[in-house]
Design a protein around this ligand. Structure first.
Ligand code: NAD
Length: 277
C-alpha cells in the first residue's frame, strides 16, 4: 500500500513568490494546492507544478480578504487532496503613500488582506494540519521592510509587522504540538506585486493609486544596492532547510542588515537605560 503524499497549500499561489513556493514543495514530492484571487493564475501554477514534478495538484479562486472564501478554499483542499501538512499564508498587497495621504480605504484593504487574510488562512487550515502527524509547518510571508523600514510604506509595513507578531505568537502556541511556524522576510523581488495588488483591490474601496514621488522617496530613504532585487526562486533557496530545522525566521537576500542592527542596538541601549535607572 502506498501512503498518500504530504500536501502543501499556498495562498497567492498564482504568481511570483507563491508560484515559486508551489514549485519548491512540488519538487519535494508534496501534492500542491495553489489558491489565489486570480483563479486562472492559480490554475496555471497547479498545472505547471504537476507537469514539472509529477505530483497531484489543485487550485481554487480564493480571496483571503473574505472569510467565507477562505473557508470554501479549505473545504476544496480537503475534498481534493485530503488535508494539509504545510501551509504558506503568502498573500500581501501593496499600497504606497505618506502617512497623511493613505486613505481610510487604503488602510482597510491593507489590514483586511495582509493581516486578516493571514489570520483567516491559518484559522481555516489549522484543524487540517492538526489532524496530520510528522512534518508540519506554517510559513507566514512578512517582508524585509519589517527589518529595515522605509518611508511611504507605513500601511504595508504596519501590516507586515503584524504578520510577524501573529507568527511569533502562533509559534509559541503550536510548539508543543510539533507544528513549526516560520516567518519569511523576502527582500525586493521581480514579481507582479504592484500590478496584481492593484488588480485585486475591491472596486468599492476605489483604485490603488501609485505616485512616482512615493516610489522616489522610498528609494531615497532605502537605496537599493547590488543583490537587493532577486527572483522569487532565488529568494527561497534556503527556505526548505530552514523549515527542516524549524527555524523561526527565514531571510532571503538584500543589504538591510545594518539598518536592522541599528534598530537592535537602539533597543539594547533602551534596555541599558532602563536597567541603570
Ligand atoms: N515583490 C516584492 O518585492 C516583495 C518583497 C517583500 C515581500 N513581498 C511579499 O511577498 C508576497 C507575495 O508577493 P509577490 O511579490 O509574489 O507578488 P505577486 O503579485 O507576484 O503575487 C501575489 C499574488 O497574490 C494574489 N492576491 C492578491 N490579493 C489577493 C487576495 N485578496 N486573495 C488571494 N490572493 C490575492 C495576486 O493575485 C497574486 O497572484 C506578498 O505577501 C508580498 O507582500 C513581496
Amino acid at each position: 500500500m502506498t501512503s498518500s503524499p504530504q500536501v502543501a497549500v499556498v495562498t497567492g499561489g498564482g504568481s511570483g513568490l507563491g508560484a515559486a513556493l508551489c514549485n519548491l514543495f512540488a519538487g519535494k514530492g508534496f501534492a500542491v494546492a495553489a489558491l489565489d484571487i486570480d483563479g486562472d493564475a492559480a490554475a496555471r501554477t497547479a498545472t505547471e507544478v504537476a507537469e514539472a514534478h509529477g505530483v497531484a495538484s489543485t487550485s481554487a479562486r480564493v480571496d483571503v480578504g473574505d472569510a467565507a472564501s477562505v473557508a470554501a478554499g479549505a473545504e476544496h483542499v480537503r475534498a481534493t487532496l485530503g488535508g494539509c501538512d504545510v501551509l504558506c499564508a503568502n498573500v500581501g498587497v501593496q499600497q504606497f503613500g505618506a502617512v497623511d495621504a493613505l486613505t481610510e480605504q487604503d488602510w482597510q484593504w491593507l489590514l483586511n488582506v495582509n493581516v486578516g487574510g493571514s489570520v483567516r488562512t491559518v484559522r481555516e487550515f489549522l484543524p487540517m494540519i492538526r489532524e496530520r502527524g510528522g512534518f508540519r509547518r506554517i510559513v507566514l510571508t512578512a517582508s524585509s521592510s519589517v527589518l529595515a523600514p522605509s518611508v511611504r510604506l507605513a500601511g504595508y509595513q504596519t501590516t507586515k509587522f503584524a504578520v510577524m507578531g501573529f507568527g511569533e505568537t502562533l509559534r509559541l502556541e503550536l510548539a508543543a504540538e510539533g507544528i513549526g511556524v516560520t516567518v519569511l522576510f523576502p527582500g525586493g523581488m521581480m514579481t507582479r506585486h504592484l500590478e496584481s495588488s492593484a488588480a485585486a483591490r475591491p472596486a468599492d474601496l476605489g483604485e490603488s493609486v501609485l505616485r512616482q514621488e512615493d516610489l522616489e522617496a522610498m528609494l531615497a530613504s532605502a537605496p537599493m544596492g547590488d543583490g537587493d532585487l532577486a527572483t522569487a526562486e532565488h529568494a527561497i533557496r534556503n527556505l526548505w532547510a530552514d523549515l527542516e530545522a524549524d527555524e523561526p525566521y527565514c531571510l532571503t537576500h538584500g543589504s538591510h542588515r545594518p539598518v536592522w542592527q541599528q534598530r537592535r542596538d537602539a533597543i539594547d541601549a533602551a534596555f541599558d537605560r532602563m536597567e541603570r535607572s
